[in-house]
Design a binder for this molecule. Structure first.
Ligand code: B16
Ligand code: MG
Length: 223
């Protein structure tokens, strides 16, 4: 049987390229403390890969406070969180790139394999800039224009369509359960680099430092 060629790798950002989840946590924690709503790092795990407004809803629900605010108050609260977050991510530098990621991006570039960023974060382009990695991405999905957030496949499909490819020619990399589901719904193979207990559905579980083209090709029988 002839093997499919791997032609694109589609990356999530938070938790895959850099650990910005820590800053999301600190920003939500500051908001939750101001509102006197309980919130901790364990619950924060549930927010990985989840959009800003959905994250707020989950935090309010967890604190039994969902019914206490109007829609416009919630929008203002989410904006406040984002202001805190934007202040925090100014600290990000190339030293915050997760192990092995830059080397893997260089390998993909050298092999002529397309790369796309499929992050639901509206701050993703800013973070890529802070990391100095913009030149490694051929396509950055605009989170604001993607109709359905993860676990819907839309953002991974946007990456694939940008290169005119089929799902069999693409591989997605994620650290969140919702993200792995989104990759699968897009019809692609999923590499998981997140907390192992959250990665049961991943087709291949690796540490970011183990991301190598050969490993992926062998596991997924790609050329
Ligand atoms: P923002 P990813 C996601 O990024 C984060 O994992 C999630 O915690 C966050 O709420 C979401 O982006 C939205 O981010 O508020 O910056 O637009 O994992 O898809 O790269
Ligand atoms: Mg993520």
């Amino acid at each position: 049987m002839e093997k499919n060629k791997i032609k694109a790798v589609i990356f999530d950002l938070d938790g895959v390229i850099t650990d910005s989840a820590r800053y999301h946590y600190l920003a939500w924690k500051k908001l939750a403390d101001k509102l006197d709503i309980p919130f901790d790092e364990v619950y924060n795990e549930k927010l990985k890969g989840v959009s800003r407004m959905e994250s707020l809803e989950l935090i309010l629900k967890n604190g039994n406070a969902s019914g206490n605010y109007t829609e416009s108050q919630k929008i203002a609260m989410a904006e406040k969180k984002n202001d805190y977050y934007k202040e925090l991510i100014k600290q990000i530098t190339p030293a915050d790139i997760l192990p092995g990621i830059q080397e893997f991006l260089e390998e993909l570039k050298a092999e002529g394999i397309h790369t796309a960023l499929a992050s639901v974060s509206k701050n993703a382009p800013f973070i890529l800039g802070q990391l100095g990695l913009e030149q490694y991405f051929d396509y950055i999905a605009d989170a604001a224009k993607i109709p359905n957030a993860k676990p819907f496949p839309d953002i991974f499909l946007a990456g694939m369509e940008a290169f005119g490819l089929t799902p069999e020619e693409c591989v997605g990399i994620e650290d969140a359960r919702t993200g792995i589901e989104a990759i699968h719904r897009a019809g692609m193979k999923a590499v998981g680099v997140g907390t192992p207990s959250e990665m049961e559905e991943a087709d291949l579980l690796l540490d970011t430092s183990e991301l190598k083209l050969e490993t992926i090709k062998e596991k997924f029988l790609l050329d």
